[in-house]
Design a protein around this ligand. Structure first.
Ligand code: SF4
Length: 322
């Protein structure tokens, strides 16, 4: 089966310019060789601390920024180098949901107009046909069609995110890239929005790239999980394997902060010392060695490669075997 999304060795480097002549004096290695794929009806959770490059991956996949190199295959076609016009048909297949539903919705447009806008822009429907489609989308995401004429400020945070999801669904996409879609919401509302996304996936076979800064959020929705650190994936596996048998020390530290329902099984919390280093000057060797609790001398010299430990379970750590 062809993956809905296949990302191969994706890099996004930003030049740093300084001085009177604005010469390039360095690079920010925001994303530095990321590969993964997502099958139809599946969710990949991409997690890591802020600044690890996960949102840049999302923006590069959506071609909101042009990748420096690498391939982004949408149902087998590489869109990384397509022109704006060539990209247009693929824009319908992939839609994005942002973290802050308030700033991503135009406050001067009614909710119905916001949801119906993609139909008009892509010439899919107009007039009464568009309004009927918007009403159906409202019902699909748990909003009342009678709310179509209300403006974003008249909705709660959770409802505004439902409007964003309805807009993303308008063109029947195959892939939704959700960048921290529940981080700005109350915990009780987070669960409702995640359940809605899961219901939509079950009904429509959608694939999700779901970005989050902690593993607890992806635990319910993801089928596979990739953990990013300083622009690279350090561990990737199916969710059950990653939660039960994490092998990278960074994944273990992130997992130790995930609450478990049974107090007898409480995990020992591992606090990571220091901040994520600057992506302008990633540490030599293993980029995690400055914070790794089990680093050995080799770690500051040799960069570990992402290797398969078990079928479908890859990790980048010299000590992961042991
Ligand atoms: Fe830690 Fe070394 Fe493994 Fe990097 S390679 S995660 S520094 S043990």
């Amino acid at each position: 089966m062809i993956p809905v999304l296949q990302v191969e060795d994706l890099k996004k480097h930003y030049p740093v310019k300084s001085g009177f002549l604005r010469r390039t004096t360095g690079q920010v290695y925001a994303v530095d060789g990321v590969s993964f794929s997502i099958a139809p009806g599946q969710t990949l959770g991409l997690v890591g601390e802020s600044g690890c490059g996960k949102s840049t991956v999302a923006r590069a996949v959506m071609r909101l920024v042009a990748p420096t190199s690498g391939r982004v295959l949408v149902e087998g076609t590489d869109i990384a180098t397509l022109s704006k016009a060539e990209l247009r048909p693929y824009r319908r297949q992939m839609q994005m949901v942002f973290q802050d539903p308030f700033s991503s919705l135009n406050p001067r447009m009614s909710a119905g107009d916001i949801v119906g806008e993609p139909l008009l822009v892509h010439g899919v429907a107009t007039g009464a046909q568009a309004r009927a489609r918007v009403a159906a989308l409202f019902a699909q995401v748990g909003l009342r069609p009678a709310q179509m004429d209300n403006f974003p400020h008249q909705f709660s945070g959770g409802q505004r995110q439902r409007i964003s999801i309805a807009r993303a669904l308008a063109l029947n996409p195959r892939l939704i890239v959700a960048d921290e879609p529940v981080s700005a919401l109350d915990v009780s509302i987070q669960a409702q929005v995640i359940n809605l996304l899961m219901d939509l996936q079950r009904d429509q076979g959608l694939a999700y790239l779901f970005i989050a800064h902690d593993l607890a959020v992806v635990e319910h929705i993801a089928h596979h999980v990739a953990v990013m650190y300083l622009g690279r994936i350090v561990e990737i596996a199916d969710k059950v394997t990653l939660f039960r048998n994490p092998v990278h020390p960074y994944t273990r530290a992130l997992l130790s902060a995930v609450p478990v329902p049974n107090p007898k099984l409480k995990r020992k919390k591992q606090l990571l010392e220091g901040d994520v280093p600057s992506p302008m000057r990633p540490p030599p060797g293993c980029a995690f060695h400055t914070r790794c609790p089990i680093a050995v001398a080799r770690c500051s010299v040799d960069a570990p490669v992402l290797k398969e430990r078990d079928a479908g379970h890859l990790a980048a750590c010299h000590l992961a075997d042991g």
